[in-house]
Design a protein around this ligand. Structure first.
Ligand code: UT7
Length: 317
């Protein structure tokens, strides 16, 4: 059965317990707390030990499912956005499904690096609208510590591990869609500026190129995302961009002209850059802390490796 739209009904997140502060990193590499806070905005990050991408994805999804009012038997699609899963097969989505007891879902992983959650949410929304699914779990999960060169100060200070998940369901008869149209795209000509290549890879990037692109190219796309949803930028209750750098976030906020009342996620301060997990992680925390009223419009906007970007306006569950 096709649906007029879909909505997020519940969220959940998981972060490993081990906190690594800037001072911890400064004890092994040539960096310091002041530089990292000033140039990036990160104070600490969580680093996984034994947990895999599938473990973290499962813990986040369990929480989202538990507060959704649905059970595993209701779920017919599991989508996982990740660029750090070491295992090729089985994919993370089927591992999560098996552990949650979801018996026969469509189950796929999707890799568009840091924009992955918005891409995956877009595909779940499309599947529900097309009648190919009814109730989905969409997850962003990353273990960047596995692909980080801990001796390279230009990348080691940036990243963290974690997962966030959303339960998405078909909008009921006469009910408004809670997930706006996805705007997605990429700049493949710049694809080589961020890489996780080869066997046993390390993440490498030309940080300044990514920075310039993010602070100049993305605000118009974020504005267009709102227009596609029929929401004026001035109506937004919250903005949850990918959590890469506070200076990038502030730059986009300024170019969008967001007012002081708009809640702007800055979860990277305590979590670092968790790539595809950063948006659902920040959104889940914001909802948990009741910082945005239910039904209020929230702009999600991811960007990163590829160089890819994607966003949508969602109604807060
Ligand atoms: O999520 C995926 C998308 N990725 C991004 O969005 C990343 C975008 N880029 C950035 O956020 C920034 O470019 C970085 C945070 C990666 C780097 O900040 P920057 O302000 O562009 O620094 P820089 O590379 O221009 O380096 C400035 C100075 C250099 O020293 P000199 O040559 O001026 O003496 C670096 O060697 O800072 C030095 N530096 C550091 N110093 C202390 C670089 N990394 C560090 C460090 N600690 N960790």
């Amino acid at each position: 059965m096709t649906a007029a739209g879909s909505r997020i009904v519940a969220l959940g997140h998981y972060q490993p317990s081990r906190i690594v502060t800037n001072d911890d990193l400064a004890s092994t590499i040539d960096t310091n707390d002041a530089w990292i806070k000033d140039r990036v905005g990160i104070a600490a990050r969580r680093v996984a030990d034994a947990e895999t991408v599938a473990d973290m994805a499962t813990y986040a999804a369990e929480k989202a499912l538990a507060s959704s009012g649905l059970s595993a038997a209701d779920i017919d699609l599991v989508a996982v956005a990740t660029c750090t899963s070491i295992d090729r097969c089985p994919n993370v989505a089927t591992r999560v499904a098996a552990r949650l007891g979801v018996t026969a879902p469509a189950a796929y992983d999707l890799n568009t690096a840091c924009s992955g959650f918005s891409y995956a949410l877009g595909t779940a929304d499309h599947a529900i609208r097309a009648g190919a699914a009814r109730n989905a779990i969409v997850i962003g999960a990353e273990k960047l510590s596995d692909v980080t060169d801990w001796t390279d100060r230009t990348t080691a200070v940036l990243f963290g591990d974690g997962a966030g998940a959303a339960v998405v369901t078909a909008a009921g008869e006469g009910e408004e869609a809670g997930i706006g149209p996805v705007l997605w795209g990429s700049a493949p000509d710049k694809g080589d500026v961020l890489r996780i290549e080869g066997w046993q890879p390390y993440i490498q990037q030309e940080g300044q190129v990514v920075f310039r692109w993010a602070t100049t190219a993305l605000a118009p796309f974020a504005r267009e995302t709102c227009a596609k949803a029929g929401v004026d930028v001035s109506e937004l209750a919250a903005f949850i961009p990918h959590q890469a750098n506070v200076r990038i976030i502030d730059g986009i906020v300024k170019r969008l002209g967001l007012g002081p009342d708009v809640v702007v996620a800055k979860d990277l301060v305590e979590s670092g850059n968790t790539s595809a997990a950063s948006i659902p992680l920040a959104l889940s925390k914001l909802v948990e802390r009741r910082e945005v009223p239910s039904g209020a419009p929230v702009l999600l906007f991811g960007f990163g490796g590829g160089l890819t970007y994607a966003g949508q306006v969602v109604r807060c569950p």
